[in-house]
Design a protein around this ligand. Structure first.
Ligand code: ATP
Ligand code: MG
Length: 556
């Protein structure tokens, strides 16, 4: 875990410290190896911050490598989105690589394995292979093709590449041990035939594709990776990772180290499920602000700093667990608390007329942009005879605990004067449509003497304010572990998006720049939506509420 200003320490850093101290390595070379079959999510951020973070503190480099050995699911769009997300998080790779860059070398090493009797062409069907593999309690059975002569294997492998055989007719398999207690070591498949696919890098050049477990160690070794960091589910694959490198003449053997993946409550992170949410229009695309994707979090208003701080806070360990959504939210909340300028916005406007305020006159007031950081400066605010306050900030009667406006009571309009409510105007149905108040001109910047003011409420000048749309987001799923008791679709929260129209904000806010974030006082942190907002129809996203509302009732 890391403390403020301290370097994080974890078991991986301890291993690296030892490797540098012993002289095993002079530099640290890591890589982040996404498969371009979807957008990156907050779990990937954990891996990115780990891999790129190491080389901020140690001499060395980090590559971005696309693990693109399955053209059926991979697309150029994802490649570009992943590059943008890694950059946005604040990192620059040393080299951009694709596992497909190594297809020719991978093929040559496969030929080498065949020559040394370590791999063979198997004619079993996929079903037969599964049947021969055995189970956790039963050893597997050897393929009848396991003793095929080397020359025949070489010939068949060349013809597989040349496209002579159809999909599934043959595979190249490692020749290891069908009785191994580790099923991954039971003569795993190294290559399979896949016709008719257009690979985003290599086009239709290949009709055989290497498997991940074969490709990954060799790609790492080609790039001179020293520490190959991956998640715990690959622990059982490590013997195969090592076997591949021990049995070819590559002369480099990275060390695979596993750490636990990030799981986050109330969301899903498997790319398969995220893809479904997008394709079934359960959300509005990969960058929907409710998605746990980096693109979604960015559009929601998260900062790269807050995501990095979150990753530092959860730390790197080998123990599996699920992190509360509140931890992620706290990271953006504390960052924005420190840096976001304050503004006033009224989400549910109720008109308030200051009857003793001169008509057709504006008074220019000054308001600090931040209560603690003077460097954020101040701004001018125009007060006029008609303002909007939030409907929730008025009650006809209330007890003393209610620190807002009541009939015949006084509150301060934030950054302005103390007002008293004299009358609540109602429509025929009895709904309050307007408040009539008087202000005390003697209360700018000072309290009235001998009278108690209940509290401070925010407001927007009716004449100067601008009408905007505001989007409030709630968790995307209703259960902490979606799909735990069945289909994850059943746990989707139908009320995860609330759209408010006709909200009133201070002038100038609608011209905010992309990526500018604000605290709407007493409401939360907000930013302009980078996709749907236009100067004529501004749309604000709520990044996060002011307080953690996840434990108790939701404040909306
Ligand atoms: P999925 O199972 O959702 O498809 P993946 O693990 O296959 O995810 P990759 O693109 O292969 O996704 O992942 C790239 C890197 O990010 C890998 O090293 C992987 O271990 C790591 N990674 C993916 N998800 C997480 C997570 N939730 N926490 C930490 N690291 C992760
Ligand atoms: Mg994967």
């Amino acid at each position: 875990m890391s403390g403020v200003g301290n370097k994080p320490t974890n078991f991986i850093r301890q291993i690296i410290d030892q490797d540098l101290a012993s002289g095993k390595h002079a530099e640290v070379h890591t890589r982040f190896p996404p498969e371009p079959n979807g957008y990156l999510h907050i779990g990937h951020a954990k891996s990115i911050v780990l891999n790129f973070g190491l080389i901020e503190d140690y001499p060395g480099t980090c590559n971005l490598r696309f693990d693109d050995t399955n053209p059926a699911k991979e697309e150029e769009e994802f490649v570009e989105a992943i590059k943008a997300d890694v950059n946005w998080l604040g990192y620059q790779w040393k080299e951009l690589r694709f596992a497909s860059d190594y297809f020719e070398q991978l093929y040559d090493y496969a030929v080498e394995l065949i020559r040394t009797g370590k791999a063979f062409i198997c004619d079993l069907t996929p079903e037969q292979v599964r049947d021969y593999r055995g189970t956790l309690t039963e050893p597997g059975r050897e393929s009848p093709y396991r003793e095929r002569p080397v020359d025949e294997n070489l010939d068949l492998f060349a013809r597989m590449r040349a496209g002579e055989f159809e999909d599934g007719a043959r595979t190249l398999r490692a020749r290891i041990d069908m009785a191994s207690p580790n099923i991954n070591m039971r003569d795993p498949t190294l290559y399979r035939i896949r016709h008719g696919l257009i690979h985003h890098q290599t086009g239709d050049e290949w009709c055989i594709y290497p498997m991940y477990d074969y490709t990954h160690p060799i790609s790492d070794a080609i790039e001179g990776i020293t520490h190959s960091l991956c998640t715990l589910e690959f622990e059982d694959h490590r013997p195969l990772y090592d076997w591949v490198l021990d049995n070819i003449s590559i002369g480099c053997h990275p060390r695979q180290i596993e750490f636990s993946r990030l799981n986050l409550e109330y969301t899903v992170m498997s790319k398969r499920k995220l893809t479904q949410l997008v394709q079934e229009n359960r959300v509005n695309g990969w960058d929907d602000p409710r998605m746990p994707t980096i693109a979604g979090l960015r559009r929601r208003g998260y900062t790269p700093e807050s995501i990095r701080a979150f990753c530092d806070a959860i730390g790197i360990t080998k123990s599996e667990g699920t992190v509360e959504m509140g931890v992620l939210e706290n990271s953006i909340r504390s960052h924005l608390d420190a840096v976001a300028p304050r503004r006033m916005a009224v989400l549910d406007p109720l008109k308030l007329v200051i009857t003793n305020f001169p008509e057709d006159t504006d008074e220019i007031l000054s308001a600090n942009n931040h209560p603690k950081d003077e460097s954020l400066g101040s701004r001018e605010l125009s007060l006029s005879r008609e303002v909007y306050i939030d409907r929730a900030d008025f009650r006809e009667t209330a007890n003393k605990k209610y620190k807002r406006l009541v009939l015949n009571g006084e509150v301060r309009l934030r950054n302005a004067y103390v007002i008293r409510c004299d009358e609540a105007i109602k429509d025929e149905a009895g709904n309050i449509v307007e408040l009539h108040c008087t202000y005390d001109p003697d209360t700018l910047g000072k309290n009235p003497e001998g009278r108690k003011v209940r509290g401070v409420i925010h407001w927007v000048s009716a004449k100067h304010g601008q009408s905007v749309e505001v989007r409030l987001y709630d968790r995307l799923f209703r259960s902490p572990e979606p799909g735990r008791e069945g289909d994850f679709h059943d746990d989707i929260n139908p009320d995860s998006l609330k759209i408010l129209t006709g909200c009133m904000v201070e002038p100038g806010l609608a011209q905010a720049a992309d990526g500018e974030r604000f605290q709407f006082e007493r409401e939360g942190y907000f930013c302009l939506d980078s996709v749907d907002s236009t100067p004529d129809k501004p749309v604000f996203n709520r990044v996060v509420s002011l307080r953690d509302s996840w434990g108790g009732s939701n404040e909306n």
